[in-house]
Design a binder for this molecule. Structure first.
Ligand code: GRF
Length: 190
């Protein structure tokens, strides 16, 4: 199946850029129809604009509640007939209401080997715990934080010389590969 993808971002957008690139090179058949950022100042937005993809800021701070914010996202995605939402550094937790509306249509990338290190500051916690392996996970999004069904993972060796920053860089490189691998897998599924 060729998906109509929306990518939701908040920050740097390197995963987003990587997906856009894979589409352009026809590594994946699906198309990214829109990039949504809840943060008007996200660096990713500039990168997406250069790519010429539709970009939309839906600033969470401008809505009186989460329901209205998410409703605005849903309406925007429906305009494009989106059938796959890729979260890529999207820093808002989505409500049960939104997740149910888009059941099995939202995937996320997380920089740890879930179920280890859910939530924020994953690399710092991995270093402090002295784990020897970490990595990244792409999973379906469900009602619990970083807990949906795992689609695939990549492992990274953590060296004693690693710090938060070096680990982040190593994992991010794996993230880029993993996200595309999972999208290819999903395209074959349906
Ligand atoms: C990535 O580490 C991703 O796993 C996490 O947020 C970070 C986003 O990085 N959810 P980028 O914006 O794609 O560069």
């Amino acid at each position: 199946m060729e998906y109509k993808i929306a990518i939701l971002i908040s920050g740097n957008g390197s995963n987003m850029l990587n997906i856009l690139d894979a589409c352009k090179k026809r590594e994946i058949k699906s198309k990214v129809l829109t990039v949504v950022s809840n943060n008007p100042n996200s660096k990713g937005l500039e990168k997406a604009k250069v790519f010429g993809v539709n970009c939309k800021v839906i600033n969470s701070k401008k809505f009186k509640n989460q329901y209205d914010f998410e409703n605005s996202i849903s309406l925007h995605l429906k305009e494009f007939n989106i059938n796959l939402i890729c979260l890529a550094g999207f820093m808002k937790i989505l409500s049960k209401n939104f997740v149910n509306k888009w059941k099995k249509k939202i995937i996320n990338i997380h920089p740890s080997l879930l179920p280890a290190f859910k939530g924020l500051n994953t690399h710092d916690r991995a270093i402090r715990m002295n784990v020897r392996y970490s990595g990244c996970t792409v999973h379906y999004v469900n009602n619990k934080l970083d807990s949906g069904e795992i689609l695939d993972q990549e492992v990274v060796r953590v060296l004693s010389s690693d710090n938060e920053n070096s680990l982040k860089k190593k994992i991010l490189m794996k993230e880029h590969k993993l996200y595309i691998k999972v999208l290819k897998k999903l395209e074959k599924l349906e």
